[in-house]
Write a protein of this length. Structure first.
Length: 430
């Protein structure tokens, strides 16, 4: 966390573009107190337009406010702004405070940024830990929503919810599964659907086969038999996910297995051409020796965007372990949505208000998606989310204690309920 966020309360940090806003600055500790004998002034440097230091910065109104200051300014456009408070004592002027703010248009100002992961596994398939442990670990690293998506299994995601039934949480635990239809290597995520697509296939295989056959008949000529079947199967699966009000995710098309990528290039091309899925896994859970696969997935995203396709995106860890494990927390999604509910998150993703984040250990985070969202997300990652993640870490530890049988953890969690919402209200000045 930077010095300004550690030593001062600065609010709001996110402001409405083009509207006069008063930013309140209060020192939290004596060593950064504003001296009564010092004369202060405030200037603003808008990030999208370079202003040489000294003389050409935009002057802002500054007032004393108790032991703090208030700065009033109209922050133009969607961009980052540098706010400097300069103090003069005698003949010398120095920078007393330098803080970053961000101005956004109404559609983003009305949304909250939520971090989440919709592709993870527990020991119920090929992961390492229990569904409850996975859910609690997600909160511990700063996620606001998650879904357990075990291979071919929907029940573990219900178990992750039931482990915290009756407990007041600020983590949204959603249902999910990774869908594996017969004779189809394409991996698909059912995020938030109200029923299991895997179980629907096994419960009535003749109905599934007949429906896939009808989809195959509608596909254009020129595709080989395997490609036709796999694409038709994907159509049926994604339709079923939507029928359950879920989000269907097309997973890791550049996963290199044994002798090549799976699925085949022909299947991937047909799926992008027809786009039966709701979201594309632009950043997937690859180990560091596999990062070329993410490079290709990002390149494909840009290629399809150049072709004019609107592509909702997610970033996922595909983690198979949470405790001292690779992948977990390396990749995730930020969704800009008006509320933390599964329908609102789905609407945010399908409405192109999400970005994928790649945060490999020891490296600066990289963000992928539409430019305006990427710029905003980078600001949030550097200036806002660190405090959010600290709040979440405490809740995550208590969730782990509850899952481990601590009879007092639920009451402690209830006492923390709503802290992240209040944190965001302060960031936005609500």
């Amino acid at each position: 966390m930077n010095n300004e966020s550690c030593f001062y309360d600065i609010a709001p940090r996110v402001v409405r573009a083009g509207e006069a806003t008063t930013v309140h600055v209060r020192p939290r500790f004596g060593h950064v107190a504003f001296d009564a004998e010092t004369t202060y002034r405030a200037v603003v440097y808008p990030g999208e337009h370079y202003l040489p230091r000294g003389g050409d910065a935009l002057a802002a109104r500054l007032d004393r406010e108790g032991d703090g200051l208030s700065v009033t300014h109209t922050f133009a456009g969607e961009q980052e702004h540098i706010l400097e408070v300069l103090g003069t004592s005698g003949d010398e002027e120095t920078v007393a405070l330098r803080a970053l703010l961000y101005s956004v248009a109404d559609d983003l100002y009305s949304c909250t940024p939520y971090k989440g992961d919709v592709h993870m596994h527990s020991h119920c398939s090929d992961g390492r830990e229990s569904p409850a442990f996975v859910a609690a670990s997600c909160r511990r690293i700063g996620l606001d929503f998650m879904a357990l998506t075990d291979h071919g299994q929907y029940a573990p995601s219900i178990e992750s919810q039931e482990a915290f039934a009756g407990v007041d949480l600020d983590l949204l635990i959603c249902r999910g599964e990774e869908v594996h239809p017969p004779d189809n290597p394409v991996h698909m995520i059912n995020f938030g659907g109200s029923f299991s697509v895997n179980e629907a296939i096994t419960a009535d295989r003749p109905t599934y086969d007949a429906a896939v056959g009808r989809f195959e008949a509608e596909l254009p000529a020129g595709l080989d038999a395997d490609t036709r079947h796999q694409v038709a199967s994907c159509h049926w699966v994604f339709d079923q996910i939507r029928a359950g009000q879920g989000l269907g995710v097309f997973c890791h098309p550049y996963w290199h297995v044994r002798h090549g990528y799976t699925p085949s290039a022909a299947v991937t091309a047909a799926l992008f051409e027809r786009q039966p899925f709701d979201a594309y896994e632009v950043i997937g859970g690859y180990h560091q020796y596999q990062v070329d696969s993410n490079t290709l997935q990002v390149a494909r995203y840009h290629e399809e965007r150049i072709r004019g396709r609107q592509l909702p995106i997610v970033g996922v860890s595909d983690a198979h372990g949470c405790h001292n494990s690779d992948l977990f927390g390396w990749y995730y999604t930020i969704v800009f949505a008006p509320e933390l509910t599964q329908p609102a998150l789905v609407d945010g993703i399908t409405g192109l208000k999400s970005v994928a984040v790649e945060a490999l250990p020891g490296e600066s985070a990289r963000v992928y998606g539409p430019l305006r969202l990427v710029q905003y997300a980078l600001f949030l990652l550097g200036e806002v989310f660190p405090a959010h993640d600290e709040l979440c870490a405490e809740e995550g530890r208590l969730m782990l204690a509850h899952a481990g049988g601590d009879p007092h953890a639920a009451a402690s969690l209830a006492g923390l309920k709503g802290r992240c919402a209040r944190w965001w209200e302060n960031c936005r000045g609500d």
